[in-house]
Design a protein around this ligand. Sequence first.
Ligand code: ADP
Ligand code: MG
Length: 698
Amino acid sequence: MVNLESEITYLPGVGPKRAKVLGDELGIKTFADLLMTFPYKYIDRSKVYRIAEVNTEMPYVQILGKILSFETFEMGPRKERVVAHFTDGHHLMDLTWFNGGRYARTHYKIGKEYVVFGKPTVYNGRINVVHPDMDPADDIQLTGMGMQPYYSLTEKMKKAGFTPRSIERLVRNLCDLLKEPIPETLPETMTSRLHLASRDEALRNIHFPQSAKDLEKARVRLKFEELFYVQLNIVRYVSDNRRKFRGYLFPRIGEKFNGFYYNNLPFPLTGAQKRVVREIWNDMKSGRQMNRLLQGDVGSGKTLVALMSMLIAIDNGFQACIMAPTEILAEQHLQTIQAFLNDMPIRVELLTGIVKGKRRKQVLEELASGQIDILVGTHAVIEDTVQFLHLGMVVVDEQHRFGVAQRAKLWSKSANPPHVLVMTATPIPRTLAMTLYGDLDVSVIDELPPGRKPVQTQHVFDAQLPQLYESIRRQIRMGRQAYIVFPLIEESERIDLKSLEDGYESLKQIFPEFKMSKVHGKIKPKEKEEEMQRFASGETQILVATTVIEVGVNVPNASVMVILDAQRFGLSQLHQLRGRVGRGADQSYCILVTCPQLSADTRKRIDIMCDTNDGFKIAEADLKLRGPGDLEGTQQSGMAFDLKIADIARDGQLVQLAREEAQTVIDADPLLHSDENAVFLRRLYELRKTNVNWSAIS
Ligand code: ADP
Ligand code: MG
């Protein structure tokens, strides 16, 4: 008996050799694997044309007819062109082979009926198809042939003799072989309520749709199913945790918070900041563990919100910790927090890689004994042997390097899991957040502090650099500071470093009257810190840098951001860099410098940057341009992001629907114990190899 788990070698047409290629190249080992290898496009082959109807505007045509004769033309040493004269019984056309002509001559028979398929051109005044697809007419039922699937092939597969047609034949064999309906993975009540195709129908139709409508129905069903199980996994994980763990209860707003709020706050909170602090406090006094994602554009004032949340923890007798992705940022947080707290009796300490020896030992002891209230560190803090007396609140800054698995590690640091606030300045479109960070509640700071002027963004070409340098000079003379950013991309790191060094030297010639700092990924942390410090204190006027300044750096007096070779940066990187300016009261500028020849995608990126400062718009555009697989952090996010058919960028509504359905299922039956829901458990179990096992993480 064959079934979906059968090895692919049991399929007619697949011997050991082809099985190996399929396995190595596409990971196809079983019938199910082949069935789940979806076509990447379809061509409508329902229409058969007469030669008289064909014109060269048509992208492809299908013609039924016979070969009358072959002709061979020498085209230089060992090169020939083979032409077959072909007729539909009324008119003549040519089929041409520049390669494989010999094969065509011997393989295709004169006088036999073929279906010819390809792109029509005109040569010598006659319709011509170069390298046509040829099928014997009796192999193909022309009526109702519908849409023909096309499958991706790797180079190795092509060498091994696979064509899109041969895969198609294999899938057809498979569908014929599977007499029983393909097992359902969603309950009938759900498929009928949502008007979804059955799994059997969808999987057969995704390969061999009879019409565009069938295809669409199959797609919707398979996309929904895929997204639904991702969401079910997440929603179940959240629900399990809520049941297993209690959150620390922080019912009090005490003297630390109030003292800070009434005496130390240098400016009123924005409305959005107030709302988010309230959302956070509501979590903290709910008895449930907080897992919250705080999204706020660069400069929206997330640090302050984080600090105030930590003060609530301290008021309730707990310690708090804030983690940054780099040492520079950790130190900057330390300074910011110390400056905000000023002389309040709150102990804040730093713990990063550069805190060593005796000093480190002391910090660790004071943490364990509860003398330190706020620990500022890098993400390494959780990897370390760091023990708190009672850690109640953790803030993670710039989450995209900090996945579910890492977050879960925090939980071993105290009896109950601490409240977690994950902050990001990289706005994530809602539907992506729902999937990547689906276990987090979301707060958004959608308002910048008052008085900020939106950064003006301009695009200039390399040739305009001299004028650009003049305007930088004017800005600096007015007391401002400027960033000049060189790209540094890993593969070409050494070349880039050289271009940074060269660039730095020539900038010194261009601006002999100013002082410059220089930072990049290759200098020692201490040196980097000193250079940044020199710039932050205003001792230097220009900071020449690579993208190490991307996140978090805060120098309000800097009003010019020049990004050289901007075509080499992604949208979110450009947006992050731009966020370094516009932090003070002055008008700031971001100048994107590129070469004159730009690809269409680059052009779009640059245009979007010039058009909007809205991080969410930029994130949406980025998702559309790049697709979620490329988004920074999707790999590290801790979630195997292996969607076969759904596309989070385009299928936002289905993501939303899948989430709601999953939530409804879990709300009604959290453990999926009912008979009706057994199908979900079975499927989750099958999928645990490909999906991250959320429950194993906790
Ligand atoms: P983010 O981390 O969200 O990018 P920061 O927390 O670094 O932003 O804040 C950016 C700047 O705005 C800081 O200099 C901060 O002191 C200031 N700031 C924060 N909140 C306010 C506010 N409500 N009013 C005025 N300035 C603010
Ligand atoms: Mg920040």
